[in-house]
Design a protein around this ligand. Structure first.
Ligand code: GUN
Ligand code: ZN
Length: 443
């Protein structure tokens, strides 16, 4: 029996959200009690942070005068989704046909990213990108900008206007790319230092040192990356590794003294807590041991890996070696902003690899698991007391097909599985950031 509350005083909460709630307390692989499900719950918030998650029936009559109640009875609320790897400048070239990574970069990506020399263009795409995040229930992300410093200002400004929690940085590339997209080791050091001063740890903004990938950075520039991290160890580092076999061979030719592609980054001091590496499809056991020991994280990008024909990520290998993993859209090689669609494709990648992905594990990877991958789990990822109240309100009957399927689903796991396989932005009724509603499907 739940405890009947003492009357709430006016200081205890300013906002309450009524709904069914699902969130994770730990990794469902390691514990039978990892998931908490509260039917008809009330999430009490104060200044955008969680105060308590309680049964609604016991507490609804005790809300302080003047508090704001969002009544989402019958809907499912989860922590806002966290996208651990994506490229906002590639929004307008999503779904470009026919090529694998290196040709796709040359033919579609680089020409698109050149447009970000214009600040107005960057502002417009950054705004659209943030709106797409919210429409899909994504409230945090690790985002690549372009080589242009102002493209970082554009995305952080748009994120700040919506209070989104963002890790982002200027792409660094000083070779093997069109001249218009190349910086230099020295200029990238200056630009990054200024951007770090302007944005890192300002509100919910975090700066990530962002070498695009080893083939596009000279040893001198990779050294600059290591120097920036050494100067300020609470920075993030994001890049790509071992996505495509031709790319892996190219790196072996460019860095003949390195044991592996991952070892290139390691030798410049780019592997540690808050390092996020996209893809990691073609790592060996020794690489994975280094990832685990260093505290670096993998961003698993299923729609991108299928779209570019890059390969199948092995979740079991990462699991076995205890590497931090988050899921990621990797727009524009990824084909959807929807974390639900991304989980559906993650499930199919696991099937093709002869592995299992349970719905609980899948939603953990999009919430608390991703927060742990980004070392932000003290702030986001679930509804623990004191956490920042980012959340997505989900309508599991958003389509006729989903209604039909849900009538035939008896357990929470079954419903979550049908949600991730059949759902998309049509299921997102609302998205709240720091407690405040930033998106509503109806308006
Ligand atoms: N490797 C280097 N750059 C990129 C990029 O923009 N997208 C993907 N998917 N892989 C990359
Ligand atoms: Zn990427």
């Amino acid at each position: 029996m739940s405890v009947v509350p003492a009357p709430l005083d006016n200081d205890s909460c300013d906002t309450a959200i009524r709904a069914d709630f699902v969130h994770f307390l730990s990794d469902p692989d390691n514990s039978g009690d990892a998931v908490e499900y509260i039917e008809d719950g009330l999430l009490l918030l104060k200044q955008g942070r969680v105060r308590q998650l309680v049964p609604a029936a016991d507490w609804i009559d005790f809300l302080p005068d003047g508090s704001c109640l969002y009544d989402y009875s019958g809907r499912l609320v989860m922590p806002g989704f966290i996208d651990t790897h994506t490229h906002y400048p590639q929004t307008e070239m999503i779904a470009s046909h026919g090529l694998q990574l290196l040709d796709w970069l040359r033919q579609y990506t680089y020409p698109t990213e050149m447009k970000f020399a214009e600040r107005e263009h960057a502002d417009r795409i950054a705004a659209f990108f943030c709106e797409q995040m919210l429409r899909n229930g994504t409230t945090s992300g690790a985002v690549f900008a372009t080589v242009h410093a102002q493209s970082v200002d554009a995305i952080f400004e748009q994120a700040q206007q919506r209070d989104l929690c963002l890790v982002a940085g200027k792409v660094m590339m000083d070779r093997n790319a069109p001249q218009a997209l190349c910086d230099s080791a020295a200029s990238s050091y200056r630009d990054c230092s200024e951007l770090i001063r302007r944005w890192h740890l300002k509100g919910r903004c975090h700066y990530a040192v962002t070498p695009r990938f080893a083939p596009c950075s000279s040893p001198a520039q990779l050294e600059v990356c290591g120097q920036l991290l050494a100067e300020q160890p609470d920075l993030y580092l994001q890049s790509h590794v071992a996505e495509n076999r031709d790319e892996v061979d190219w790196v072996a030719r460019l860095f003949p003294d390195s044991r592996s592609y991952l070892d290139v980054y390691d030798s410049f001091g780019l592997l540690g807590p808050r390092s996020i590496y996209g893809h990691c499809l073609h790592l060996d056991r020794q690489d994975r041991e280094r990832m685990a020991a260093s505290g670096a994280a993998i961003a698993f990008c299923p729609t991108s890996n299928l779209f570019l024909g890059s390969g199948l990520f092995s979740l079991d290998d990462a699991r076995e070696q205890g590497i931090r993993v988050g899921v990621a859209t990797d727009v524009g090689a990824g084909t959807s902003f929807s974390m639900l669609q991304t989980l559906a494709e993650a499930y199919k990648v696991c099937q093709l690899a002869g592995q299992q992905l349970s719905p609980l594990k899948a939603f953990y990877l999009a919430t608390l698991g991703a927060a742990q991958a980004l070392y932000l789990d003290h702030r986001i990822g679930n509804f623990g007391v004191g956490k920042e109240a980012d959340l997505v309100v989900l309508d599991l009957g958003a389509t006729e097909l989903m209604q039909c399927r849900m009538e035939n689903a008896s357990t929470l796991e079954e419903r979550l599985f049908a949600l991730m396989m059949l759902g998309d932005d049509r299921c997102v009724q609302a998205t709240h950031v720091m407690g405040k509603r930033q998106y509503s499907r109806n308006t």
